[in-house]
Design a protein around this ligand. Structure first.
Ligand code: PEP
Ligand code: MG
Length: 328
């Protein structure tokens, strides 16, 4: 089986009916970027930069960040990397940013962009570093991704930070690359008003890990409520279907970078919803590539239509398990 999966590395990411899809990797560091290339990923759909901060005792300065990001870009498949700004908080804390374990509800508290906005100097240095990181690297494609976006106002604020950074870099005559700006869709409020947000972004990346926990009000790391925290729960399936359709209608590129992208059963449903771009742990890329080559989009759409009629998570799971057995 291992040999078979290794052979999948060089095969194209394509459905049985000949549609190209994008299978990218989620990474935390340069070693993961190398693993992503080895597994045959088409790029990096999510680079979680918080690990850089978790492993430093002080805020890394702009130059240091540029160096680290450039290394990651050079090692990534196709030199294509989506760099996410700091997503600290929740379970991860960085004391030097004034963040401590002292909130009653850390996952609903001071995390991600909410924290970055209150550290404008730090936030600006990260945005400037991301903009500059791809400059001069032949064929590189860097995208910038903002986590935990909840409101339109936050998106406007983010865009204003990016514009200011670009203006200053131009004044300072520092080279920077064309960088697309995107949002993580991982808060239910954003899923509900996604149509009002699409004008403000170049792409959307669905963070299903958080979206599921917030939709189901069930902690993603608490085994006591894991029967609720399910990506195949009907409420989740309907929400994802709506968001993906809204993005496709508006022709805004959409990716899903939560763990479910690498789960065969979920993959079929997402394909049926019209999703064509997926980002997952590098290890899952070969399996999903194989599955894609065995399923047509028409079949995935039929499967989705039936799943959308189902009322319980168990029904959806059972049905998909049977479908998967038939396909592979
Ligand atoms: C997610 O929430 O699905 C996601 C990809 O981000 P993280 O797991 O880092 O919160
Ligand atoms: Mg998340």
């Amino acid at each position: 089986l291992k040999d078979q999966l290794a052979a999948n590395r060089d095969m194209p990411a394509r459905t049985a009916c000949g549609h190209d899809i994008e299978l990218m990797a989620n990474i935390n560091n340069v070693q993961d970027a190398e693993a992503a290339a080895a597994m045959g990923a088409g790029g990096v759909g999510l680079y979680r930069t918080e690990y850089l901060y978790l492993t430093h005792e002080n805020v890394p300065d702009e130059t240091e960040q540029i160096g680290i990001y450039r290394n990651v870009i050079q090692s990534s498949p196709n030199r294509k990397v989506t760099i996410r700004t700091l997503d600290i908080g929740g379970d991860k804390t960085v004391a030097y940013l004034g963040h401590h374990h002292n909130e009653a509800n850390p996952f609903m508290g001071w995390r991600s962009v909410r924290l970055s906005f209150e550290h404008p100097e730090f936030f600006m240095s990260q945005i400037r570093a991301i903009l500059q990181s791809g400059a001069g690297i032949e064929g590189s494609e860097v995208r910038m991704l903002f986590p935990m976006i909840t409101t339109v106002e936050e998106l406007r604020k983010v865009r204003s930070f990016v514009r200011r950074a670009q203006r200053r870099l131009t004044e300072e005559r520092k080279p920077f690359a064309e960088v697309k700006v995107g949002m993580m869709l991982e808060v239910p409020a954003a899923a509900i008003v996604i149509r009002a947000m699409l004008d403000l972004v170049d792409f959307v990346s669905i963070g299903s890990n958080d979206l599921v926990q917030y939709l189901m009000a069930a902690d993603r790391d608490n085994p006591k409520v894991s029967s609720l925290c399910q990506p195949l729960a009907p409420a989740v399936v309907h929400t994802l279907n709506d968001v993906i359709r809204a993005c496709n209608m508006a022709r805004v590129p959409v990716t899903l970078c939560g763990e479910m992208a690498g789960q065969p059963r979920a993959f079929i449903l997402l394909l049926g919803m019209g999703l064509r771009s997926f980002s997952m742990s590098p290890a899952f890329v070969p399996t999903i590539k194989q599955l894609a080559s065995q399923i047509t989009i028409e079949r995935a759409e039929t499967v989705l239509a039936r799943a959308l009629q189902m009322k319980t998570t168990n029904q959806v799971k059972r049905f998909l398990r049977m479908e998967l057995e038939e396909i592979s």
